[in-house]
Design a protein around this ligand. Structure first.
Ligand code: S3P
Length: 444
């Protein structure tokens, strides 16, 4: 969906944050529920779906590809068309702000004998797509986009696809997932090799829908093999709450004096939970309560309390994939720690919804924090608890996580912080403002 007028929002210094924060469903799992539901034969039922704009745009796209997607009460119902059964959309597919949406859809449709044109908002039209269209070419699909492999882009699908074997050059679950989804409608075995493990929702969910997916750890890395042309069986899915959204109330509680916040039912899949380990390594008062297993995944209630004794650390670069979306909010926490926090091996942050290293560095500097950065690293000098000057207006560049990170920063700064546009927050966390307000935030 195209982007409406910008709407600035200010976070003023807040009193203690207290209470429970029920964050929305997981964005990655929500996208995959709709896409895989559409590729199964019959009715998939999804509760807890994230109703953020990114996911709603994927739902509209699946309708354009011939599936029925509708909400009845609290349940989203997808009538799937089966593997190989997607239809040619009658119009351009607009994925709005969502890199996950467009890249997964490109994969799912690429092994069908029709053409699809994709576009998105000003942020998505800047993002690189060759990382997905290169492996899709191995199946026989051809891509015609703007210079630099940018959207709008037309992909001419392969009418007689062949299976692919592809080693991903960057750690990216989107690339891996696009290849696996393309492999669904190719005969034989499609293989993806990733050097570092990235979020494994596609593998888990494909298995849940009845596909044969084998994962081996070898010298090359994780070797994921999918047997093509399965009949996917419809599923009943309860989407777990999003750890990437939980990060915002958790981090706010750590830096706002006197806070004590419970964030219930958060999935702690090891491919997603890197931030929480990093915060613990920094000395955060963050505990996992009621740790249990649900649907084969660890789940806990997160309890975060104000943590005045956090220390800056060097974040292990091999943890990057498991917390890739959480570096912006980590940098805000780092500003309240004692000493420097060093983040290396994070060049991917430069090609997210915006250049997240640059957006955070510029905004934090305007708030009185010293930040150094290079192509694939950045460092934040902590000023200790409660000593961020704040008082700035920062640009969020159509990036929901930059907006939420600076609003959390404003809650704990000496002077409020204004984001130039809060509307992108609706892509992933539409209830952010209300939820933070219920905990004690002062936004206006
Ligand atoms: C996602 C993968 C990550 C992440 C994004 C969601 C996914 O992107 O940043 O928010 O659902 O597969 P990359 O695969 O580009 O790292």
């Amino acid at each position: 969906m195209s982007h409406g007028p910008a709407s600035p929002l200010t976070a003023r210094p807040a009193g203690p944050l207290t209470g429970e924060a029920h964050v929305p469903g997981d964005k990655s799992i929500s996208h995959r529920s709709l896409i895989l539901g559409a590729m199964a034969v019959g009715e998939t039922r999804v509760t807890g779906l994230l109703e953020g704009q990114d996911v709603l745009d994927t739902g509209k796209a699946m309708q354009a590809f011939g599936a029925q997607v509708e909400k009845q009460g609290d349940t989203w119902i997808v009538q799937g068309v089966g593997v190989g059964g997607l239809l040619e959309p009658k119009d351009v597919i607009d994925c709005g702000n969502s890199g996950t949406g467009v890249r997964l859809l490109m994969g799912a449709a690429a092994t069908h004998g029709f053409s699809v044109t994709y576009t998105g908002d000003a942020s998505l039209r800047k993002r690189p797509m060759a990382r997905v269209t290169d492996p899709l070419a191995l199946f026989g699909a051809r891509a015609y986009g703007r210079s630099g492999g940018r959207l709008p882009m037309t992909i001419v699908g392969a009418a007689s696809p062949v299976p692919a074997r592809y080693a991903t050059p960057v750690a990216s679950a989107q690339i891996k997932s696009a290849v696996l989804l393309a492999g669904l409608n190719a005969p034989g075995e499609t293989v993806v090799i990733e050097r570092e493990a990235t979020r494994d929702h596609s593998e888990r969910m494909l298995r849940g829908f009845g596909a044969e997916v084998d994962v081996q750890q070898t010298n090359e890395g994780h070797v994921i093999t999918l047997v093509g042309q399965p009949e996917l069986r419809p599923q009943t899915i309860q989407v777990p709450r999003d750890p990437s959204s939980a990060a915002f109330p958790v981090c706010a509680a750590l830096i706002v004096p006197g806070s004590d916040v419970l964030v219930p039912n958060i999935g702690l899949n090891p491919t997603r939970a890197g931030l929480f380990q990093t915060l613990k390594d920094m000395g955060a008062d963050l505990t996992y309560e009621n740790l249990r297993e649900e649907g084969g995944e660890p789940v806990a209630d997160l309890r975060a309390r104000f943590s005045p004794d956090m220390q800056g650390i060097e974040v292990p670069p091999d943890r990057a994939a498991s917390m890739i979306d959480e570096y912006p909010i980590l940098s805000v926490v780092a500003a309240h720690a004692t000493g420097t926090t060093v983040m290396r091996g994070v060049s991917e942050l430069r090609v997210k919804e915006c250049d997240r290293i640059d957006a955070m560095a510029v905004g934090l500097r305007a708030c009185g924090i010293t930040v150094r950065d290079g192509a694939d690293w950045w460092e934040v000098d902590g000023r200790g608890p409660g000593d961020m000057p704040g008082g700035a207006t920062v640009a969020v560049h159509l990036d929901h996580r930059i907006a939420m990170s600076f609003l959390v920063a404003g809650m704990a700064a000496n002077k409020g912080i204004t984001v130039d546009d809060a509307t992108p927050i609706a892509t992933s966390f539409p209830i952010f403002k209300a939820l933070m307000g219920d905990l004690g935030a002062d936004f206006g």
